[in-house]
Design a protein around this ligand. Structure first.
Ligand SMILES: Cc1cc2nc3c(=O)[nH]c(=O)nc-3n(C[C@H](O)[C@H](O)[C@H](O)COP(=O)(O)O)c2cc1C
Length: 417
């Protein structure tokens, strides 16, 4: 019986353990987590979601405080179009976050950054251009384009000296999305270096509608492999979403995938950015606790724990401080929902908003507990302590379990109590 370690992911002449740890914003896939994947010979992702806030926390910068001060006058105005990102400062934050990660890199693996298009930041084109180019400036090994169709994203970095050297990949959930991406980028004569096919069981935003349960990752993977073959496109395909054991991964590698991207298993590692209490919420969750809903203002369905504080919390929109989901006209679906509830309950102190959530503030505070479908199986991957909490794992333990396990087995860690 084969194990993941019998396979290698190839980029040109270089070979890697075919395990990518997926990007999890906001700073859930920390530099520490990504660095462990790279040290062990695989690929780790950091995320550039809310990078100014991440920089403030890591490097004691004051991007958020300064922005809040600058736009304080607008807090009670529902028109947020004035709340613009300063592109110099955005680039500065991006370079700090990525530069520090790359400087700490050890081992033969790679560090990629996950860049979501749906972070439209009140200026979709220019903020994305800034993020992508600053990531290349800072020496990132690769960029994974996610949460969006990214029709113009390659063009935004085409003039960068590293455009043809850095690894650039795209996340898709269908052959059609890939076809359109390739067509829109054809004139640049630069194919993606890898394609991640993300199925409906992943964490975060889903590339499907509320009919997500009708789709199957293996079926989409096989369709994409057939398409790539028919078009003579030799691009590694990485499968993601619900791959919980090494044996699950082997099934995709044997079917022709070049690697797997995994995330959920790493949410209860010491290196993951979630607070310890939230990690316990994840590991204790049962199948019934995990839902897919439409509260993300992006319009994409999102999977999360039912008990997440983000559901129903009617906080004032935090756009003057954050504003990562403001569209090109300075609007966000949450602002509309919030204003509707305020107008309907003028004397109410505690506003409840059920249909949308203030994703920036809640993700930033680790109060939107987005998770993968198989989060309810995390309790099978570790020990329960006498006090009822579960032992956290090391990223190395989880990575190696994917790499070496056979027979659908999950290796438990050595007991620490
Ligand atoms: C907590 C969490 C947060 C995530 N955040 C993001 C994100 O910000 N951007 C993104 O493209 N994918 C995100 N994902 C998806 C993962 O990168 C990955 O592709 C997917 O979850 C893999 O499936 P698995 O979790 O079943 O292993 C997230 C996943 C989880 C579990």
């Amino acid at each position: 019986m084969k194990r993941v370690d019998d396979f290698r992911l190839r980029f040109g002449k270089n070979e890697y353990v075919p395990i990518m740890v997926g990007g999890m914003g906001v700073d859930i896939s920390t530099s520490e987590l990504a660095l462990e994947a790279a040290r062990l010979g695989g690929i780790g992702h950091i995320s550039d979601a809310m990078v100014e806030d991440v920089s403030d926390r890591k490097f004691d910068t004051s991007f958020v405080k300064d922005k809040t001060k600058l736009y304080k006058f607008n807090i009670n105005n529902s028109d947020k179009s004035v709340v613009q990102f300063d592109l110099e400062r955005l680039a500065d934050a991006q370079r700090r976050h990525i530069g520090a990660t790359m400087a700490a890199k050890k081992g033969d693996g790679l560090i990629f950054v996950n860049c979501m298009e749906k972070l439209t930041m009140n200026g979709p084109r220019e903020t994305l251009r800034t993020r992508l180019n600053a990531a290349l400036d800072a020496g990132i090994d690769g960029i994974t384009l996610s949460a969006g169709l990214h029709f113009g994203s390659f063009a935004l970095m085409a003039d960068h000296p590293r455009f043809r050297e850095a690894k650039l990949g795209i996340i898709v959930s269908s052959v059609r999305a890939l076809q359109i991406f390739l067509r829109k980028n054809a004139k640049l004569d630069r194919l993606p270096d890898y394609i991640i096919v993300e199925g409906p069981l992943a964490g975060g935003h889903l590339g499907f509608g509320m009919d997500w349960a009708d789709y199957d990752l293996m079926a989409i993977t096989l369709e994409l492999l057939a398409y790539l073959k028919a078009e003579s496109l030799d691009i590694p395909l990485i499968a993601a979403g619900g791959i919980f054991t090494g044996s699950d991964a082997v099934r995709f590698l044997e079917a022709g995938a070049a690697g797997v991207q995994v995330a959920t298993r790493f949410t209860i590692t010491n290196e993951c950015g979630l607070p310890a209490k939230v990690k316990q919420e994840y590991v204790k969750a049962t199948e019934d606790d995990i839902i897919v809903n439409g509260i993300s203002p992006t319009g994409y369905p999102m999977r999360m724990l039912k008990s997440t504080p983000a559901i129903g919390a009617g906080i004032r929109p935090g756009c003057e401080s954050y504003g990562y989901l403001l569209d090109a006209t300075g609007n966000c679906a949450y602002i509309n929902s919030y204003n509707r509830e305020v107008a309907a309950h003028p004397n109410e102190k505690n506003i409840v908003v059920m249909d949308k959530t203030c994703l920036c503030t809640h993700m930033r505070n680790f109060n939107c507990w987005t998770c993968g479908h198989y989060t309810y199986r995390l309790k099978d991957t570790t020990h329960r302590k006498p006090d009822g909490d579960y032992q956290l794992l090391s990223a190395e333990h989880v990575f190696k379990d994917y790499q070496f396990s056979v027979d659908n087995q999950i290796a438990l860690p050595e007991k620490e109590f």
